[in-house]
Design a protein around this ligand. Structure first.
Ligand code: SAH
Ligand code: DHB
Ligand code: MG
Length: 226
């Protein structure tokens, strides 16, 4: 790599090197990632190596049921659907009908439509419906929708999980802005508040890692219910 590569160029080159060797994206995953261009928020899906990490976490946890806040094109949902296997189930919550439709196409192409339910509408409402319906607990919840609502999604996740379940939250570093306590960005507030809530909850063991790569500088939080 050239001496004067920018940090982003260097992170990108390393991500490409690692993904080239370790992360096998088949045609369905690659098409889903590209189709994110047809959503309302193009290309904010997780990177391939992050998707693979989510799948490995789900498998390591022995997850059979996964709940996702924020579907976009269904890219991370495909990783989860493959991780839970044929008899597993993924429920994914998406505000925009347009994105839900793109996701359903991608899930069908990936051969996992039968085990994934895309619920369109505001996640606060669809999650409340799952709680009201006394849905069987989820083994892993991935929170990756509108950041200001992170604290509400954590509360819903706590109602929809069991002892031992994992709760994973995307985008907790946001280019370092997570430490700006005076930020007037409601997304930063949402991230900081959910971190405070986790910190104050004796039921949760948690950590978070900063990440750099094709998606820039961000971070992933992993919590487990005692
Ligand atoms: N998890 C996806 C990316 C999700 S991007 C992946 O990695 O592949 C965030 C998604 O949250 C967007 O599709 C956006 O439309 C959705 N979203 C935003 N506000 C929402 C809300 N109130 N309820 C549900 N989904 C919401
Ligand atoms: C945003 C949301 C995401 O889930 C993400 O991975 C990156 C950016 C956003 O709302 O800006
Ligand atoms: Mg995200």
């Amino acid at each position: 790599m050239s001496e004067d590569a920018t940090p982003q160029e260097a992170w990108q080159a390393v991500d490409e090197y690692l993904m080239d060797r370790l992360v096998a994206e088949d045609e369905a995953l690659a098409t889903a990632r590209e189709s994110s261009a047809r959503t309302t928020l193009p290309h904010i899906e997780v990177a391939p190596n992050q998707g693979a990490l989510l799948g490995l976490l789900a498998q390591a946890a022995g997850a059979r049921r996964v709940l996702e806040f924020g579907t976009l094109a269904g890219y991370s949902a495909i990783w989860f659907a493959r991780a839970v296997g044929e008899s597993g189930r993924v429920v994914t919550l998406e505000l925009e009908e347009q994105n839900a439709e793109v996701a359903r196409e991608n899930l069908a192409r990936a051969g996992v439509a039968e085990r994934v339910e895309v619920l369109a509408g505001p996640a606060a409402r669809t999650a409340a419906e799952l709680i009201a319906a006394d849905t069987e607990p989820f083994d892993l919840v991935f929170i990756d929708a509108d950041k200001p609502s992170n604290p509400e999604y954590l509360a819903a996740a706590l109602s929809l999980t069991r002892s031992g379940s994992l709760i994973v939250i995307d985008n907790v570093v946001r280019g370092g802005h997570v430490v700006d306590e005076d930020s007037d960005d409601p997304r930063i507030h949402g991230v900081r508040r959910v971190i405070e809530d986790i910190s104050a909850n004796p039921e949760l063991d948690a950590t978070a890692l900063q990440t750099v790569g094709v998606k820039g500088w961000d971070g992933l939080l992993v919590a487990r219910r005692r």
